[in-house]
Unconditional design. Structure first.
Length: 87
């Protein structure tokens, strides 16, 4: 993993932490609770949530799109499955 990847991961996790603090969107907190209640460590759950967030960030960057809250929440609901990562 390059330094750029580490910065990106750190930024994504910071955004997720902010979403949790602000409870916006509420689905982030619900997802964290759901994943940790199944025995997943908090950090691993945070990584999964950041992965779902990255789908939206990539779309914004690559397609000049706006943040798609509905798709983000749908992807959160799929966790820990990550079907968007399969080729």
């Amino acid at each position: 993993m390059s330094d750029d990847d580490l910065v990106t991961e750190a930024h994504l996790l910071e955004i997720v932490e902010n979403q949790l603090t602000e409870n916006n969107p509420q689905r982030v907190k619900e997802t964290l609770l759901r994943l940790t209640m199944t025995g997943m460590e908090r950090q691993e759950a945070m990584d999964y949530i950041a992965c779902a967030l990255s789908v939206e960030i990539i779309d914004i960057i690559q397609n000049s799109a706006t943040f798609n809250l509905k798709r983000y929440e749908q992807n959160l609901d799929k966790l820990p499955d990550t079907p968007w990562m399969t080729a």
